[in-house]
Design a protein around this ligand. Structure first.
Ligand code: BF8
Ligand code: SF4
Length: 630
């Protein structure tokens, strides 16, 4: 096995413990301490039965007080909270997508942003019925930017991307009235429905939750993914490394954190600028090292091979190494804790977006028009800060693993086509993958996504589930912080195929892929629903018949719920390892775990015991196989 060995969660934890000792020395706070202060959590909040949407309240449901002052019961309150939670996630992902669409308007042949995948732009334009013949690619980009932004507020019609789904799925959406109209409208409708004195019927609230989620996955997130590919390149397999050991003691370390590749791409560009490298050498560093945290890390890893320092609950760890000159963030999943924490070290915490402003940070506003200048200023700030390091505080845990990342839908299709040489059109076909599944060489696929959450031992659920699934010949496709957990453990090293069952191992050898495939950031879960749609079309089956399921074992954010809703609405059964905050209403639990199956042929399974969660997924995959007679 050429000395390959997974890094264990125990090793992750030992590294963190050592860093927390440094934290103690400098009086730093840490999430591990704050979790203790917040435990036990409020039971009303956990069950979703606290309402504070009007000032007659807050109202909390108890056996003695089964209704709020307006008369709303537990089901209405939990339902409204769930819909607002979803709307928060849909708005967040979709606004990220909107920023990408706006950046597309700033592309120019000699500008900061260029068109790196013109074929993809032309393909999308054709899909949208836009004339491409004889058009300059940048003119086309600007036209598409305008059209894409209109998807957010158009007064008529539904999302353009829905047509990518099989007809059967489109009909289900139409009949269930969950086809998303304008993206912003679905968020507004959600807020309107949940205002005091509007909907309190779980069925209606759940329906709009699915529709809001759909406006994200088949609207805003899809725009984010597709136009990011157009500007920054469609990911193809590329090698990188993961875990804190990617930080370098003798170099200037810049950590990019957040979500929007418009910022991180520019930082990467300027970190390679000869002027900046010379400056770094002049202050005694060997060079400039950029590494990522959270989804931004996924974005730059899969397009540039930039190493991944860590996922959500590692964000404080990068500062605790004492070797982080700058942690620069854009939007989402950024701990406000980074402000006070960075003050305990020489680290500069730089915020860049009006959407995400935090105390104790330096604000360098990042805009598409001035992206180059802004990025250069940030890189320069990092380099100049190198001399302020306190060597006695520097400790970089020597943990890192090799990883092959960048499996976009296009890359997966191409890789598998390469094995069988069955290329049928410019986009190839998913038939080889289908053959692997129908023959039983692969039993099925799991799309594992989502965050870390201190409610679950961080990374443990992700890694243990992945090991179990691949040992059972189930291929795992990953995004978000789940993907980074895998990379840090070593599961994205091709050598990890030795942990697979015989069938998956053979596929990995033939296709030269790792057993778990990195598909990108959380907006890239839109890639997963596109892949599922293509598998359904190429096999002639409905999406819900395919032996594939979704799983979010450690989810925590509103975005994750929005994702869950669109994955389920696409016909993919979804397994959650953390309870959604609806348990105070048996009706809401029923709608999510059973009721919606009548509309979309899929539903949620909630199981906080990780062993049982894995068994349940395998059982569901086998059930689907049995139903198909394969
Ligand atoms: O969007 S997986 S912790 S980083 S929410 Fe956040 Fe969760 Fe990570 Fe990316 Ni997704
Ligand atoms: Fe209470 Fe009803 Fe107001 Fe909610 S909307 S806070 S349940 S009175």
């Amino acid at each position: 096995m050429s000395g390959f060995k997974l890094t264990t969660v125990e090793e992750f934890e030992a590294a963190t413990e050592r860093l927390l000792e440094t934290g103690k020395k400098v009086g730093a706070d840490a999430w591990q301490l704050r979790v203790k202060n917040q435990t036990p959590h409020c039971r009303f909040g956990e069950q979703g039965i606290c309402c504070r949407i009007c000032s007659m309240g807050p109202c909390r449901i108890t056996p003695k007080a089964p209704r709020g002052i307006c008369g709303c019961d537990a089901h209405g309150i939990a339902g409204r909270n769930f819909l607002r939670f979803t709307a928060g996630g849909a708005a967040t992902h979709s606004d990220h997508g909107r920023e990408i669409c706006r950046t597309l308007a700033h592309t120019a042949p000699d500008g900061n942003y260029k068109i790196k995948d013109p074929e993809k732009l032309i393909r999308i334009a054709k899909e949208w019925g836009v004339e491409t013949e004889g058009k300059d690619i940048y003119d086309l980009a600007h036209e598409m930017s305008e059209l894409a932004q209109m998807e957010y507020g158009k007064p008529h019609g539904v999302q353009r991307w829905l047509k990518r789904a099989p007809e059967h799925t489109q009909k289900l959406w139409h009949d269930a009235e969950i086809e998303p109209r304008a993206i912003d409208r679905e968020v507004s409708t959600a807020m309107h429905m949940t205002h005091m004195g509007n909907s309190s019927k779980p069925e209606a609230l759940v329906r709009q939750s699915l529709r809001s989620g759909m406006s994200d996955g088949w609207g805003g997130s899809m725009a984010g993914t597709e136009f990011s590919d157009v500007m920054f390149g469609t990911p193809m397999p590329i090698d990188t490394e993961a875990n804190l050991g990617v930080m370098k003691e003798d170099m200037v370390n810049i950590i990019v954190h957040g979500h929007d590749p418009s910022l991180s791409e520019m930082i990467c560009e300027y970190a390679e600028d000869p002027e900046m490298i010379a400056l770094a050498k002049s202050v005694g560093a060997k060079g400039i090292n950029v590494a990522g945290v959270c989804c931004t890390s996924n974005e730059v890893a899969m397009r540039r091979g930039i190493p991944m320092a860590g996922n959500f609950l590692q964000q404080e760890n990068v500062v605790l190494t004492g070797a982080c000159e700058v942690i620069v963030v854009d939007v989402q999943c950024i701990f406000p804790a980074l402000g006070p924490l960075s003050k305990c070290f020489h680290t500069k915490f730089i915020t860049t977006s009006p959407i995400c402003q935090m105390p104790d940070s330096e604000f360098i506003r990042f805009e598409a028009e001035t992206a180059g200048e802004n990025a250069k200023k940030i890189v320069r700030t990092a380099v100049e800060n190198f001399v302020n390091r306190r060597p006695e505080l520097v400790h970089i845990p020597q943990l890192k693993q090799k990883a092959t990342v960048g499996y976009s839908t296009e890359a997966i299709v191409k890789t598998l086509d390469g094995v069988t040489n069955s290329q049928v059109d410019e986009l190839g076909t998913t038939k080889p993958l289908i053959e692997c599944i129908t023959s039983g060489v692969l039993r099925g696929a799991v799309a594992m996504v989502g965050c870390n959450n201190p409610r679950v031992r961080p990374d443990y659920a992700h890694i243990e589930l992945m090991k179990k699934l691949i040992a059972n010949d189930i291929i795992v496709i990953l995004s978000g912080c789940s993907a980074q957990a895998a990379a840090r453990a070593g599961l994205m090293d091709k050598e990890a195929r030795n942990l697979c069952g015989d069938g998956l191992k053979r596929v990995c050898e033939l296709a030269d892929i790792p057993p778990v495939l990195h598909m990108g950031s959380c907006v890239d879960i839109s890639r997963m629903v596109v892949l599922a749609s293509r598998l359904a079309k190429d096999s002639g089956l409905n999406i819900s018949q395919l032996p594939i399921v979704g799983c979010a074992p450690e989810w925590m954010s509103e975005k994750a719920v929005s994702i869950g809703n669109y994955v389920v609405a696409t016909g993919i059964d979804t397994f959650l390892g953390v309870e959604p905050q609806v348990s105070g209403s048996d009706q809401m639990v029923w709608w999510l775990t059973e009721g919606i199956r009548d509309w979309v042929e899929a539903a949620y399974t909630i199981e906080t015991d990780i062993e049982k969660l894995g068994d349940a997924m395998i059982a569901r995959i086998e059930e689907k196989r049995a139903a198909l007679g394969i």
